[in-house]
Design a protein. Structure first.
Length: 56
């Protein structure tokens, strides 16, 4: 189970193929990025408004 799935308590089977690819990229980033880079990416993402979603 990926880091992301463990954090939100969801099984990977509940995600679309695109979602699973995105989660895999995020897991890779968390494992390999320098702390400053990870902080920058999170800040950048959370400053953007979220698109409307039917879930969560």
């Amino acid at each position: 189970m990926s880091t992301f799935c463990r954090l939100i308590g969801t099984a990977a089977a509940e995600f679309s193929a695109e979602d699973r690819r995105t989660i895999a990229r995020y897991d890779y980033l968390v494992r390999t990025a320098e702390p400053d880079q990870l902080e920058h990416v999170h800040r950048e993402v959370f400053e953007r408004p979220s698109p409307p979603s039917g879930s969560c």
